[in-house]
Design a protein around this ligand. Structure first.
Ligand code: SF4
Length: 109
């Protein structure tokens, strides 16, 4: 058994499942090879792909390298915002979601 195979065998069932899911963040972005931000984002979308999620992305490497017009790595609703207000914007997205559910215009997922 190779070292890599032995390491994979030690992964938890949840981690193995996460590795098998496609996720909703495509390759082909322009981030540096091996950048942990791209890897983390891919893994994050793999564990959340059973939910309808919205990504809020402040200006930075992840934003500029994953959304070069006319291409995008995002296969989910994605909003770009300025450095300082990503949290406030996503609070508004959550408030909108809760309001639409209360009004019966959106099913809770
Ligand atoms: S954070 Fe930006 S500059 Fe740093 S490795 Fe990732 S893509 Fe490259």
């Amino acid at each position: 058994m190779s070292e890599t195979t032995a390491q994979l065998a030690e992964l938890s069932p949840e981690t193995k499942l996460m590795c098998e899911r496609p996720g909703t963040f495509s390759g082909g972005h322009r981030m540096c090879a091996g950048c942990p931000t791209g890897i983390f984002t891919k893994m994050l979308t793999r564990v959340s792909d059973e939910y309808e999620i919205v990504a809020g992305n402040a200006t930075g490497c992840l934003e500029v390298a994953s959304s070069i017009f006319p291409y995008t790595s995002w296969q989910i609703p994605w909003i770009h915002t300025a450095f300082e207000n990503a949290s406030a914007m996503m609070s508004g997205v959550e408030a909108c979601y809760k309001s639409l559910v209360r009004q019966g215009r959106l099913q809770r997922s």
